[in-house]
Design a protein around this ligand. Sequence first.
Ligand code: ADP
Ligand code: MG
Length: 250
Amino acid sequence: MKDNGRILEVRDLYKDFSGLEVLAGVSFQVAQGERHAVIGPNGAGKTTLFNVITGKYKPSGGSILFQGRDITGRPPHQLCRMKISRSFQITNAFQELTVFENVRSGVRCLHGLRYHFFRRVDRDVAVNRRTEELLHLVGLGSVADAPVSTLSYGQQRALEIALTLSTDPELILLDEPTAGMTREETAEAIQLIDRVTRGKTLIIIEHDMDVVFSLADRISVLHYGRILASDRPHVIRDDQRVKDAYLGEG
Ligand SMILES: Nc1ncnc2c1ncn2[C@@H]1O[C@H](COP(=O)(O)OP(=O)(O)O)[C@@H](O)[C@H]1O
Ligand SMILES: [Mg+2]
């Protein structure tokens, strides 16, 4: 089922928005258990790539294989069931609900499918237990009953990670999880991400090059809708085309 330990294979992916070609033949592969960073200038198509992989948009061409299965064009809820989960650049939680309620709704979605033959009361116990586990994992145990709107920025981002994990994914896609954070907050968030995604496969869009080079096993550089290079960090760092196109700029 797994193709040489590959969990994701993107083949010649195209996406255009009414004539604007944003993805122009993107191909790359991600191995099971890998931490894969996607970098590239603003507007390169990074978020669009995530949107196409996770089924928000259908590609105009190309294909996506997850664990060897063609998932091209499948809707998000099917991909969620297949253990693909993403976070969003913008906070995606229900502000008036509590932290606990938010994460529980994600967990319930999964358990509703998995435990539908259990008695309801047993299911509720399992859902609550898993919710508590997740909140402790991301360090939000002490604010479980607080409305989301009262959380600090860093706590909101931790909540997004808990929500991303609530469906028990194998493949996790994070879109700029440290955007808007200070250096200290970034360092903390990356430690958290590193810890909670261990044993899973991570694809992360990240603009902080220190983070990218310390976290990633492999890096793909997206430039004008194409992959300029996809390789191990030291190879990317020494790649003259990457330097010219991107790293050299800053
Ligand atoms: N839903 C959409 N409709 C029209 N254009 C879009 C849409 N989503 C993204 N784009 C365009 O695609 C290009 C790439 O955007 P994006 O994928 O967000 O880049 P990145 O995440 O690398 O900064 C931009 O020019 C953006 O305006
Ligand atoms: Mg983006």
